[in-house]
Design a binder for this molecule. Sequence first.
Ligand code: FES
Ligand code: FES
Length: 158
Amino acid sequence: MPRAVSFTLNGKPVRFETDDGRTLLWVLRSDLGLTGTKYGCGVGLCGSCTVVVDGKAVQSCRMPLALVEGKQVTTIEGLAAGGRLHPLQQAFIDKGGFQCGYCTPGMIMSAYGLLLRQSHPSREAVIGALEGNLCRCSAYKRILEAVESVAAAEGGRR
Ligand code: FES
Ligand code: FES
């Protein structure tokens, strides 16, 4: 049965009508065209679909759309502002924190969720925040360097 869900997506109000049981991931990708959020495993094991909901990194493949009613959803497309990349996005470029790039949006969104809670997290906290994000290219060292460079700098939090 169709249900209307209203939420804020990357700072803009959205009202969306869809069948019960659809996940946030597929509404973002298929209906709203925000393909920066990636489909990997579909069962909560890879982190490629990570977005931030009300300040917390979540796996959108496991989140029924109905659960975002009234919430603030941020995807990778919502991070750049004023024509400038978010410091995390810039750091991934500067540090070469990717190879194929498929895991990158999810990695950045998990790191972004962490930096919303802690502007200068420890290495252990960064590792913990990225624990659920897999990189099949094994670029972990450079990914960690990218996130830590932002965690260590002023302006990582925005
Ligand atoms: S696609 Fe969501 S965790 Fe893998
Ligand atoms: S850069 Fe290829 S999966 Fe991480």
